[in-house]
Design a protein around this ligand. Structure first.
Ligand SMILES: *Cc1c(COP(=O)(O)O)cnc(C)c1O
Length: 378
């Protein structure tokens, strides 16, 4: 067993009690807890409409479908993200068009949007990498001047803000993940947040086969007929997930504060260490602090990864650039050199342990071990 796990979830007695309550009720699928979560989450993030879904992947896909993105369309996105972002575009039949990222943050470089735009461009799909929001004001000015849709991958950005904006406040929709390692988690789960009531209604319909009533509407008191009004999918959140998420909402700020404190500790230690850089957090921004990554020399990265693991420290790589993964290379002919900043980050990055329950002495052990490995020079 590792001395310091890469990730350890924070779920416990409250979530267990919430699950027990649902198991004692009638609805295990999308029922009253799911509706309650949608309302509470909307209040929490300050966006009026939320739709609970089975994952962020299905959220990204369903939003693009509901907004009419499909074959023949192009969606501008980032190669420095989890594959789900670009894959969701492919599943609609549209084509993801990558632009390079900022070398100091890893976020989509808004100044490159114009050269990626074509007559087929329908939407821009940024990811708020590690929790730092993309320059949404700049992105919004661009999308408005060209009549483009904007969908945010906010999987890392639960607590994020930038210049008074939050995910969902300057876009058509923002997609959240409640996957096992995310800051709010039900093992699997996702949600869309939008200011557009019509889009939310469409997503409620599409998440359950295009039925005009979900189980709760069909059976809450007595049976009612339902109709199918669109060709939908099966991607709803269920009440077990919703109950676990509801139990975590009151602790969001406290857990975020602990992540922030750990990140500051890491930042301070790495700022005076040779051979390591960390991504910049822009002024005027509160990062969701989902992941903490360091950047080391590309030639040493894999050996540093191995040595950290040999020292009992859990690590990950978020992310190797998407366009260099086999499927994307073979399908679209991408090559090394196409997006140099994303490639540079992908070659140099190491994610370190970061979670609210990470003990201070473990964080110190991580820092000391990185220092020793880097000083050893091999
Ligand atoms: C986790 C993650 C996703 C996918 O979330 P799921 O809920 O597992 O589908 C998408 N984008 C990013 C950036 C992620 O980190």
């Amino acid at each position: 067993m590792p001395r310091v796990r890469f990730y350890q979830h924070h779920l416990g007695a409250r979530e267990l009690e919430a699950l027990r309550e649902v198991l004692g009720s009638v609805f295990l699928t999308a029922g009253p807890r799911t509706a309650e979560f949608e309302q509470r989450f909307a209040e929490t993030i300050g966006i009026p409409h939320v739709v609970g879904l089975s994952s962020c992947t299905s959220a990204l896909f369903l939003v693009l479908k509901a907004l009419g993105v499909g074959p023949g369309d192009e969606v501008i996105t980032t190669p420095m993200t989890f594959i789900a972002t670009a894959n969701a575009v492919l599943h609609t039949g549209a084509r993801p068009v990558f632009v390079d990222v900022e070398s100091d943050t890893g976020n989509l470089d808004v100044s490159l949007l114009e050269q990626a735009r074509s007559e087929r461009t329908r939407a821009v799909l940024p990811t708020h990498l590690y929790g730092l929001m993309v320059d949404m004001k700049g992105l919004r000015a661009f999308s408005e001047s060209h009549g483009l849709l904007v969908v945010e991958d906010a999987a890392h950005a639960l607590e994020s803000r930038r210049n008074g904006e939050r995910p969902g406040s300057l876009s058509d929709a923002a997609c959240f993940s409640f996957y096992a390692t995310k800051n709010l988690s039900s093992g699997e789960g996702g949600a869309v947040a939008t200011r557009d009531a019509g889009l939310a209604a469409k997503l409620h319909n599409l998440r359950s086969h295009g039925m005009n009533k979900e189980a709760y509407g069909r059976h809450a008191d007595r049976y009612r007929h339902w109709d199918m009004t669109a060709l939908g999918y099966k991607a709803n959140m269920n009440d077990l997930q919703a109950a676990m998420l509801l139990a975590q909402i009151p602790g969001i700020e406290e857990r975020h504060a602990r992540r922030e404190a750990l990140c500051r500790f890491y930042d301070e230690a790495f700022s005076e260490m040779g051979g390591v850089e960390v991504p910049r957090v822009s002024r005027g921004a509160v990062s969701g602090r989902h992941l903490y990554t360091i950047w080391v020399d590309a030639e040493r990265r894999d050996s540093v990864l191995a040595r950290l693991q040999a020292a009992g420290i859990g690590v990950a790589v978020n992310y190797r650039a998407i366009h260099l993964l086999t499927y994307y290379r073979e399908t679209f002919g991408y090559r090394r050199g196409d997006f140099p900043n994303a490639e540079g980050i992908g070659d140099r990055t190491i994610s370190l342990p970061l979670y609210p329950g990470l003990p201070q002495e473990s964080a110190r052990y991580v820092v000391d071990t990185v220092r020793k490995i880097l000083a050893s020079g091999d």
